[in-house]
Structure formats: structure tokens, C-alpha cells
Design a protein around this ligand. Structure first.
Ligand SMILES: Nc1nc2c(ncn2[C@@H]2O[C@H](COP(=O)(O)OP(=O)(O)OP(=O)(O)O)[C@@H](O)[C@H]2O)c(=O)[nH]1
Ligand SMILES: [Mg+2]
Length: 390
């Protein structure tokens, strides 16, 4: 069920969205909450808005301490085919993992909180590289800002995927529960939701446009348009994937939840009790759909296949472009998202190629026969060679 908010509440939310000043936005959000009838159907919305108020308040606080010369942000510029942030409680072996699978040389020590700033390193998988970033240790209360929690969680929010790490020699089930709970409180989902919606507002009249490979369930695109119009949104791009309900669309207006594909590394498999704890952890994870690596970063055991698993979770494909005049395709692949069509590749490569596109020839997994001639909407598969004619 959608929440059926009174029109004045919807109008107030439109003011919230339009407002650029943080203190003013917080004030408007509070006014919005006072206009929302409190019942079961609105409890999720109220919780989402309260969480966003708390986030904005922390942002204000941080900006103030920054002006006083306090902590700086943790952002790391992205490199390679994807950025994966390693998150875990202190001492679980995050630096040891980074050191064993990438070129980075972090300090490894039995003293907790050794790593104090994010450290990047590159992991080679076949002909692509992924950037792994070790985040400083995360603790209970991180989502409320404890121990640089806010910066660490925004590092995670900005990543393409996550590696969560727990220690099999202590309480891996409890550690996993703590990590999931802090992430959830920060609006970061680690399990793929059935449907995903992102609403990108546009200032001038494109109307409401739908893109992506999702489908609406229990509603039509007209229902979605009229719901958005009731919130005074008349110009926006709505990206959908999976099975999306009208409720999901309304949720997307109030929450800034994001889904991050996630791998769990359970480390210190060499320690006594590790096998027992591993069995408990596996039991806990049943039905979660999160890939688990039981490993010992000291010996490197159990980490084979990590690169491939990252590649799969990012849902990317490698495309090799070829000039009509040359025999060999490019050595370096172009990295695109699963489901990308030939014309999107043309757009990435060159505006002339995009505007003047005639056809493409394909070799590789998606070609019916080598050199197959295809049109703009042909979907590419990992390993394809593409020759664009324009
Ligand atoms: N037995 C065992 N010890 C490990 C393993 N991996 C790491 N350690 C030890 O665990 C301690 C902590 O390792 P780090 O890699 O520094 O852990 P971290 O998670 O980066 O710690 P912080 O940065 O302080 O949060 C060190 O003494 C490591 O030698 C492992 O697989 N087995
Ligand atoms: Mg460390």
C-alpha cells in the first residue's frame, strides 16, 4: 500500500527536495514529519526521514569541526574496473587481506585500530584490475558516528561493492550481525532487493521517463507517473531494475537506501575453534545469498577465486573494440555493465560513432557466427569483440 499522505505533506516534501541549505532542509523535514499521520503504513517512511535528519545533523557537525581543523574526508578516487571497500571490526585481518591479494603494503599488527585511514591496492584478475580499499575498523555505533563511522560508511556507500570481514577465532556470527546492522542503519543494503528504483530529478521538461530492465508489479507506468505528480515531480528519470511496486517507488522518494553487492571473508581459518565457528557462521548465512570465503590471510589459503567472485558480483562485462582496418582487437577491454548494448558502447567511445552509427560486427560469445552484423540494440556478453561502422 502506498501511504496516501495528505496533499500538504506531499507539498512540504517538494519543498524539502528543492531546498539546498542543510539547516533549512532539516527544519522542513521536521515540519514534514508533523504533517504525516502516524500509523503502521507510514512507520517506514517516518523512520527513513528521521534517519536522514540524523545524517544531515552529523554532516553539519562535521562541517563545523572541519572548519575548526578537524577530521578530513575519507574519499579515495576510483581506479580500475571497480572499487571494493573492505569493512570489518578491528584486528580481523583487513590489512593482511589487502597485502595478500593486492600490491599494497599496509601495516599489519596485533594492535587494534592500526589502520587509521583508508588504504587502496590493486588486485589483478585476468586482464582487469579491481581497486580494494581497506577501511579503518568499524565498531558498534558506527552508523551514529562512533569512531569515524560516518566517514567509513560513506566510503562504503560510494563503493561498487563490499568485502565484509570477520574473525573465525572470535565471534564471527556476532561480528557479521554488527556489520550488517550498522550498514542497514546507514541505508546500505547487502542483500539484493527484489526491485530497485532510483529517481533522478530533472529541472526541465523531460516528463517522467523510465529506463532500466525492471518491470512494474501491481501497477502501471501511468500509476507511477500520477504518484510522482502528486509529489509535484513532473520531470524525472526513473531507473528501475527487478520487480518494482508502487510502494517501492514511494519509498525511493524518502529513503536513500543503496544496494551494494557483498562478499564475506571469514579469516583466521588456521586458528583453533575456527572450524566450529565457521559451521555456526554458515548456518547463520543460509538463505542470505552472500558468497563466503573461509580463509587464512597469513598463508593465503582460501583466497583463490576471490578475483573471479568480485568480477561476478560487479555484473560487468569486458568488451574488446576493433577498428575495421585492423586485424587485432584492443588488448585492454572496455568495462561496461551487464546488459549494455552496442549503441551504448558507441556512445562511450566517440560522439561521432554514436551519432553516425550504421551497424556493428561482433566476434565472440554473443555472435551467432564470427563477424555477425548486428544493429544498435544488440546486447554484449563478456569477451565480445566489437567493430563499429559509422
Ligand atoms: N592466525 C592468523 N592471524 C592472522 C591472520 N590474518 C591476520 N592475522 C593477524 O591478526 C592481526 C591483525 O591483522 P591486521 O591485518 O593488521 O588486521 P586489521 O583488520 O587490518 O586490523 P586494524 O587495521 O587494526 O583494524 C595481526 O597480528 C595479523 O598477523 C590469519 O589468517 N591467521
Ligand atoms: Mg588494518
Amino acid at each position: 500500500m502506498v501511504t496516501n499522505l495528505p496533499a500538504e505533506a506531499k507539498a512540504k516534501w517538494a519543498e524539502v527536495v528543492a531546498c539546498r541549505s542543510i539547516p533549512e532542509k532539516i527544519k522542513l523535514m521536521r515540519e514534514f514529519l508533523s504533517l504525516v499521520p502516524k500509523h503502521k503504513g507510514t512507520s517506514k517512511l517516518v523512520a527513513n526521514v528521521k534517519r536522514r535528519i540524523a545524517e544531515l545533523e552529523r554532516e553539519l557537525e562535521r562541517a563545523k569541526s572541519h572548519r575548526r581543523g578537524g577530521g578530513v574526508g575519507f574519499a579515495i578516487p576510483k581506479e580500475g574496473a571497480g572499487q571494493i571497500v573492505i569493512l570489518g571490526p578491528p584486528n580481523v585481518g583487513k590489512s593482511s587481506l589487502l597485502a595478500s591479494v593486492t600490491n599494497a603494503k599496509p601495516e599489519i599488527s596485533p594492535i587494534p585500530f592500526t589502520t587509521q585511514r583508508p588504504i587502496p591496492g590493486m588486485l589483478q584478475y585476468e586482464d582487469v584490475q579491481f581497486q580494494l580499499v581497506e577501511a579503518p575498523a568499524i565498531v558498534e555505533g558506527a552508523a551514529e558516528g562512533r569512531m569515524e563511522g560516518t566517514q567509513i560508511l560513506s566510503l562504503a556507500r560510494n563503493a561498487d561493492g563490499l568485502i565484509l570481514m570477520v574473525d573465525l577465532s572470535s565471534d564471527p556470527v556476532g561480528q557479521f550481525a554488527m556489520l550488517s546492522s550498522e550498514l542497514e542503519k546507514a541505508g546500505i543494503l547487502i542483500e539484493k532487493p527484489e526491485g530497485e528504483v532510483e529517481i533522478v530529478r530533472r529541472s526541465h521538461g523531460v516528463g517522467i521517463q523510465f529506463i532500466g530492465c525492471g518491470t512494474f508489479v501491481g501497477c502501471t507506468s501511468e500509476d507511477v507517473k500520477s504518484l510522482l505528480n502528486s509529489y509535484r515531480i513532473t520531470s524525472a528519470i526513473v531507473k528501475i531494475s527487478g520487480r518494482v511496486s508502487l510502494e517501492d517507488v514511494e519509498d525511493a522518494l524518502f529513503s536513500n537506501n543503496v544496494y551494494k553487492p557483498t562478499i564475506l571473508v571469514a579469516n583466521k581459518l588456521d586458528m583453533p575453534n575456527a572450524e566450529e565457528n565457521l559451521a555456526l557462521l554458515k548456518n547463520e548465512l543460509r538463505g542470505h545469498g552472500i558468497p563466503l570465503f573461509a580463509a587464512s590471510c597469513l598463508s593465503g589459503r582460501g583466497l583463490e577465486g576471490l578475483g573471479e567472485s568480485i568480477f561476478r558480483m560487479l555484473r560487468i562485462v569486458r568488451v574488446y573494440t576493433k577498428e575495421p582496418s585492423s586485424k587485432e582487437p584492443s588488448e585492454k577491454p572496455l568495462i561496461v555493465r551487464e546488459g549494455t548494448s552496442v549503441i551504448e558502447v558507441a556512445r562511450r567511445l566517440h560522439s561521432e560513432m554514436y551519432k553516425g552509427f550504421k551497424y556493428a560486427r561482433i566476434w565472440g560469445p554473443s555472435a551467432k557466427y564470427p563477424g555477425e552484423k548486428v544493429g544498435p540494440s544488440h546486447i554484449l556478453i563478456d569477451g565480445d569483440v566489437v567493430e563499429i561502422h559509422y
